[in-house]
Design a protein around this ligand. Structure first.
Ligand code: AMP
Length: 126
């Protein structure tokens, strides 16, 4: 079920538990600002999630409330993971689902990093 994008941050969400080490993840990168791990249900050859360390519900929440260091640290981490995975050539796709129309299900900001194959059209039109 897509989340309500206006809800307050829920400390019990699954990515908060991963950040606290309460449940495992297949970690690929971590620094002061971000954690990256493999998606449990990959939608492409490479499907990695990058999340900020701070408690932000969504891209909307993060872009409105995070400070400049947090934003820079998170964006740099996303780029670093893509480079570390060798995705700059031939390319990759980033996706941050937000709110009901975006289909966001986990209420902690995450950027999906897709790659390892041609990724097709940006949006499937009905
Ligand atoms: P979204 O629909 O943008 O909120 O995406 C949530 C993503 O989190 C989905 O791609 C799920 O497969 C992924 N996911 C959910 N639980 C876990 C988990 N424990 N470890 C890794 N990925 C997860």
């Amino acid at each position: 079920m897509p989340i309500d994008p206006t809800q307050p941050y829920d400390n019990a969400n699954i990515f908060a538990k991963i950040l606290r080490g309460e449940i495992p993840c297949n970690r690929v990168y971590e620094d002061e600002w971000a954690l990256a791990f493999e998606d449990i249900n990959p939608q492409a050859e490479i499907h990695t999630l990058v999340i900020p360390k701070g408690a932000y519900v969504s891209w909307d929440d993060f872009s409105a409330r995070a400070n400049a260091e947090e934003i820079a640290g998170f964006v740099r981490a996303v780029g670093m993971v893509a480079r570390d995975k060798g995705l700059v050539e031939p390319g990759y796709r980033l996706l941050a689902n937000t709110g009901v129309h975006g289909g966001q299900e986990v209420p902690h900001l995450h950027v999906h990093l897709f790659g390892g194959q041609p990724l097709g059209p940006m949006i499937l039109r009905r």
